[in-house]
Write a protein that binds this ligand. Structure first.
Ligand SMILES: [Zn+2]
Ligand SMILES: [Zn+2]
Length: 535
């Protein structure tokens, strides 16, 4: 998000996402920074709310385009440093540590950092005072009344700004579908304690390496139940080191076990904390599951706990990994249960209402979520009409909101997009679908319609190209080839503007229309993989 007043711009967060299955062969996706690049002389700094990948993952890519200072809490900066180091960019970076309640000034903006609770430690919301009024950006949050580190959600400061008057509230919408309150991080303790109490052999627990609260509870319980703790996985080792160095993770004396000593330790004296809850094929847990990790060979009777959410889209990979675990005679513990083995880091409806009520904004803009969640969060604010809420804005990526002394309105769209980055890593495990595709390829070849879409207009300005291999019926200049290109062009033409922005839908439409055409004309069924390029 970029916030601009006159000729001064500040940027809030710069995250990345992992691609869905539609983007074959792509490892990470970052935002297109074109708008910031065009306005680089106006950009005063980057402000980070917390250290999750969807908030800091693109920092190296942004800093490679422009040299600007980065403001964040010390812990968040330490995670950024790790990423910058990977890109050999640490030396030039201007990293400025800030603390909750601290204020900084960047051009016309005065920014106060407000402590909030979330699934990672050291998170802040932002109160950005501008000449027009105060903007509140919550970052990611839940209102945890009993955080494990006792760093409380600073409701007072939210209320204080509310009293003085908030021009615009921008608030996390991730869990707007969930009624009630999200459980405190401490709610997982009874379940973890039960697992420590009754597990007779090795206890293996997987969680996100950034879940410092969770790791602290595991370490504390391990100390109580006399188990030593080994950390497995690169991110797990480095994140716990950072958290420990900065005082966010207390490691009881003599509790750490070197990974190479797991095998020689008594099974009932070991707890292994391992990364890879989402079944990522190269992660430590996925390798343990297929018995391909040099430090840990699971045996019948061991317990493996997934203390994390199953992120939609990852179900297949996760269940495949759990199947492997079950085959080893391991007891897998995962999914919903009471007491929970995992709690969310995002606030549910009552917490979202609480923030609305405390800040009493004049304008409200839900952020952080899919469009359906933003829309739902907007209607949740309906009860605020009588408390001074003038208007709610649901914006899409690339939309802008303009506020001046006359009011607020949607402004012009700015150029945005996504940049796909393929770091070229290879997966160990070949999926069923890959095998099916390969069989398909061997028999009937493949057809690759290539559609170039203008990223400004959303339209295709040239006739689509088609490349094929092993599909005997195609000849470069044949009538069939020409007709096939026309089929693709017609599919594009007949699609609505909204459909054209959804690459998944477009690929599926092109695939099915072209398949129908080719099957009818040739009685063959080549593998069809539409490729859509933004140009
Ligand atoms: Zn987060
Ligand atoms: Zn987030």
């Amino acid at each position: 998000m970029a916030i601009r007043y006159g000729d001064d711009i500040i940027v809030v967060d710069a995250g990345m996402m992992f691609p869905d299955a539609e983007l074959l062969g792509v490892d990470i996706v970052t935002p297109d920074f074109a708008y910031l690049e065009q306005n680089r002389e106006h950009v005063r700094g980057l402000i980070l709310t917390h250290g999750h990948e969807d908030h800091i993952g693109a920092v190296p890519f942004l800093l490679s385009q422009m040299s600007i200072p980065v403001y964040a809490t010390q812990f968040t900066l330490a995670l950024v440093e790790r990423r910058l180091e990977e890109h050999d960019m640490l030396k030039e970076a201007q990293l400025r540590a800030v603390k909750p309640r601290q204020k900084i000034t960047l051009g016309p903006f005065s920014i106060e950092f407000i402590n909030v609770t979330h699934s990672i430690v050291s998170c802040v919301a932002l109160a950005i005072t501008t000449p027009l009024g105060v903007l509140i950006h919550t970052g990611d949050f839940k209102v945890d009344p009993t955080p494990t580190d006792n760093e409380l959600f600073d409701l007072h400061t939210f209320a204080e700004y509310g009293k003085q008057g908030v021009l615009l509230l921008m608030s996390d919408s991730t869990n707007v579908d969930r009624p009630g309150y999200t459980e405190s991080e401490r709610a997982v303790r009874p379940r973890l304690e039960d697992l420590f109490a009754r597990t007779e052999r090795r206890l293996v627990i997987s969680c996100f390496s950034s879940s410092i609260h969770r790791l602290q509870q595991i370490l504390d319980l391990a100390a109580v139940y006399g188990r030593k703790v080994a950390f497995l996985g690169r991110s797990m080792v480095s994140t716990t080191e950072i958290a420990h160095d900065l005082g966010h993770l207390h490691i009881p004396d003599n509790i750490l076990l070197r990974p190479q000593d797991i095998a020689s330790s008594a099974p009932n004296k070991v707890c292994v904390v391992v990364s890879g809850t989402q079944g990522e094929p190269m992660s430590a847990l996925a390798r343990v599951a297929v018995n391909n990790h040099k430090n840990l060979t699971l045996e019948a009777g061991d317990t493996v706990v997934l203390s994390a959410r199953i992120i939609p889209g990852n179900e297949k990979a996760i269940y495949r990994m759990i199947n492997h675990l079950a085959r080893r005679g391991v007891e897998p513990v995962y999914g919903a249960m009471n007491p929970p083995v995992h709690v969310s880091g995002h606030g549910s409806r009552e917490e979202l209402s609480l923030i609305l009520n405390l800040t009493r904004p004049r304008y409200f803009m839900p952020i952080h979520g899919e469009y359906r969640q933003l829309a739902k969060h907007a209607s949740l604010a309906g009860h605020m009409r009588s408390s001074g809420l003038d208007q709610t804005f649901v914006l899409d990526t690339g939309d802008s909101l303009e506020i001046d002394s006359y009011g607020a309105r949607k402004g012009p769209r700015v150029m945005v997009g996504r940049v796909c980055i393929d770091s070229g890593s290879l997966d160990d495990i070949v999926e069923d679908i890959v095998i099916r595709d390969r069989r398909h390829l061997a028999e009937d070849g493949f057809v690759l319609p290539i559609i170039a879409i203008n990223k400004h207009t959303g339209r295709s300005e040239t006739l689509p190209e088609i490349v094929s291999r092993g599909f005997v019926s195609f000849d470069e200049k044949s009538e069939l080839m020409h007709e096939a290109r026309m089929v693709v062009a017609r599919t594009l033409e007949s699609s609505s503007a909204e459909e054209r922005t959804d690459w998944g839908v477009m690929q599926e439409k092109i695939r099915s229309d072209l398949k129908r055409f080719l099957t009818k004309q040739t009685a063959r069924r080549p593998l069809i993989m539409p490729v859509i390029l933004e140009v």
